[in-house]
Design a protein around this ligand. Sequence first.
Ligand SMILES: *[C@@H]1O[C@H](CO)[C@@H](O)[C@H](O)[C@H]1NC(C)=O
Ligand SMILES: *[C@@H]1O[C@H](CO)[C@@H](O)[C@H](O)[C@H]1NC(C)=O
Ligand SMILES: [Zn+2]
Length: 519
Amino acid sequence: MVSRCIVCARVVKLAGWGLLLGTVLALVVAAVRTFTFAVGEDLRLSAWEKRDVLPGTFSPQEKAEFLRSFKEAIRIPTVSTSETDLNISALEEFNDFLQKAFPVVFSSSLVQHEIVSDYSHLFKVSGSDPTLQPYMIISHIDVVPAPSDGWDAPPFSAQEISGFIYGRGTLDNKQSLMGSLQALEYLLKRGYKPHRTFYLGFGHDEEVTGPNGAKNIAALLKSRGVKLSFILDEGMAVLDGIIKGIQGPAAIIGVSEKGIMTIKLTVTMKPGHSSTPPRETTIGILSIAVSRLERNPLPSKFGLGPERAMFEHLASHFDFPVNFVMSNLWLFSPFLTWILEKEPSTNALIRTTTAVTMFNAGIKNNIISPYAEAVVNFRIHNAQTTDEVLQIVSDTIADDRVKVEVISAGEPLPISSYNATSFGYQIIKKTAQEIFPQVVVAPGVCVGSSDSKHFVEVCDEIFRFVPTWFKIEDLSRFHGLNERISVKNYEEAVKFYFQLFQNCDISKLPEPHAGGHEL
Ligand SMILES: *[C@@H]1O[C@H](CO)[C@@H](O)[C@H](O)[C@H]1NC(C)=O
Ligand SMILES: *[C@@H]1O[C@H](CO)[C@@H](O)[C@H](O)[C@H]1NC(C)=O
Ligand SMILES: [Zn+2]
């Protein structure tokens, strides 16, 4: 997926402004809050159910083996160009490859494997306790196209340069697909028998909205009456230096996803000759409409969606005065909104965004165009609906000659829970802290879209996180040039899933602290 998530680059500039705010009346209250306010405390580790855990340590041979396998996966160009243009031969090759790469998974009596819609895969790993609700990890097999111009190593070469493996799919999203299967392979090889049943689902057409892969996997589970405890999908990651002003890296677990709506605006009139033009043309009318949409962004919804929880969880990890502002959103929300909306990446967190993506008109240099059309793409904030956005759009255009037609619309996804009783969130958080001890964990919102949208009927709790490091420069590698992952990070990915599967085997979470402040 395209992940342009949470980039609070602007926030750091608050430093200068912090002083100005010194006169605010509520200063004292606010200061007290800054130093007492803490959310997202850990569940007491001593209270976690004790289970024997196989250590995530791998021999040099195993490490060499799983790197070789990962590189082989990257070399298969499973490119999705459009819904009707997938590289079928690569997908077939990938089917065969999986069987060869994971012989233990494919022969274990605990694992049932099935191919869905020809190229997608569903694995069910049976746990010993059928009363425990199963969970699922999803990833995707396909990748976006990668013309080789501008790459330091060819995009399907999996060439290693200075400790990094280069190739399309190393970040999006074969690292989680291969990492999770590899972890399962080694667990089974070491005699692991899960307590809780789980599924691994790999769609083959996520990059073109998943019309066959993930969608049919979800339909299959639904037809079998499966209701999942939680799903872990791609979307967010370990962000290192991306959230400016924060001390240390942050693992952000996406708890929701913005909605997405595409509309078409059209203006039609009788064609005429350019020697006797009407006062206004289709092109002029449509230009004004489009310009009004750009000049009148939808209102900020900052604080009304899960982005608020992200700022609150991270508050104490920022330097002064940012920590001060963030701990006191009740007071500073309008001010923070003003800062956040200046940068496209943070603006996307706080409102429904408007992007005019296509504009077509005109047939000949001396004909008044009978027709002009534009396409506008909206990413809808969690606190808004597609209907509300449509209403605002037609009020803003305020011109009946402009016809508005919805091409596609999907509401924002439900918000998964992230408090002390959220099984999925707490397990993912605990695992992230075990593998990346230096990170702070917080919930967040995805501004991109992925396969999870297909699973809302079989699962209420969907989380989006890959155990992958992202620095600012890596954001442009996503669907861009020189996509790469470090060898070390791929090892961490294998360890993450190795630990995650085992962490899920507890029957239930420990009780929250009595009197603790858990969010
Ligand atoms: C499709 O995949 C095959 C490998 O299975 C590869 O040889 C071929 O070049 C790919 N086609 C395109 C257009 O990339
Ligand atoms: C945790 O969140 C869920 C859903 O958001 C809610 O139903 C539940 O009551 C919350 N639990 C606690 C202990 O706050
Ligand atoms: Zn993806």
